[in-house]
Design a protein. Structure first.
Length: 305
């Protein structure tokens, strides 16, 4: 693995999840919400998936949301954290402790791989997606959600400005996240067919910046960047960051808005006879004709009538 792909300390990611597992139920609102949205997307697909993998299962929120949907008969849960896997195993599904970067599953093991807010901690995401494709049956489905680059932009900006003002320098306090525009290319590099990428934003309000940071710790979602500083956020920096946060992102009623951008990945393992997107320029009907409008070249300007 190259240094550019080695952004996250995976052992620290595991420790964060292990630490969060015991009290996850008090902080798992985001996992539960996105699990329901993933399950709703599965409802829109008429195919059945008897054998499925929940990759990065946390405390079993996705299994609870699925409740047998999608024709799933056997669900295997998998998490990097032993403590999370043990908690998820209470729902009676088979559970495995394994790293998303080193999947232990045989080729063509599953008809569906579903992943809820876990892949944004993977260093080699193209390599992970390739492994997922290999463990999917032909025409198997990947349905995943991961945090995107606009996540916690308010907190990121406030902490950077506060630390710069208080110490004269900045250090990475929040992990970087994937860009929505890059996700489709990553799926194609991994050999997936018919990729569809979209996203939405969830906004959560907090009384202060410390409660937000407490929630992130409770979810196991705190900073795991290798280049992070070992120094905790000082009281002075936290107080200045809270002040900046309130000035720029407060709602006027004492609450602070926190954005979570969720990127959804939907793609299929290649298979013979599978539907394929048409090549550019192969359409037989002009869009202008279908819309009943006049076609205009990119260089032309509309003339007033």
């Amino acid at each position: 693995m190259t240094e550019s792909m080695n952004v996250f300390d995976r052992r620290l990611v595991r420790r964060h999840r292990d630490r969060a597992a015991a009290n996850l139920g008090a902080h798992d609102f985001l996992f539960r919400e996105v699990a329901e949205r993933l399950a709703d997307r599965l409802d829109d697909i008429t195919r059945k998936f008897p054998h499925a993998l929940d990759l990065g299962c946390h405390g079993g929120e996705t299994a609870a949301a699925l409740r047998g949907r999608g024709g799933i008969e056997t669900l295997v849960q998998c998490d990097l954290s032993t403590a999370m896997a043990l908690q998820a195993s209470a729902n009676s599904h088979a559970t495995v402790v394994a790293d998303e970067e080193l999947l232990p599953f045989a080729p063509e093991s599953f008809g569906l791989v579903i992943s809820n807010l876990s892949l944004h901690w993977v260093n080699d995401l193209p390599g992970c997606l390739l492994q997922i494709r290999h463990c999917l049956k032909p025409d198997g489905l990947l349905l995943a959600a991961m945090l995107g680059g606009d996540t916690l932009q308010e907190l990121r900006q406030s902490l950077m400005e506060a630390e710069l003002a208080e110490t004269g320098g900045v250090s990475p306090r929040l992990s970087p996240f994937a860009d929505l525009r890059d996700a489709g290319g990553l799926l194609q590099r991994a050999g997936f067919a018919l990729p569809v990428i979209d996203g939405d934003r969830l906004t959560v309000s907090y009384p202060d910046i410390l409660k937000l940071m407490h929630d992130l710790r409770g979810m196991g979602e705190t900073n795991a960047v290798r280049a992070r500083t070992s120094r905790p956020v000082s009281r002075a920096v936290a107080a200045r960051a809270d002040e900046i946060y309130r000035q720029r992102f407060g709602d006027g009623a004492g609450r602070l808005a926190a954005t979570f951008q969720v990127i959804y990945l939907t793609a299929w393992a290649p298979a013979a006879g599978q539907q394929r997107a048409l090549a550019p320029g192969s359409a037989r009907t002009r869009l202008a004709d279908a819309l009943g409008t006049a076609e205009m070249s990119a260089g032309d300007k509309a003339r007033p009538r």
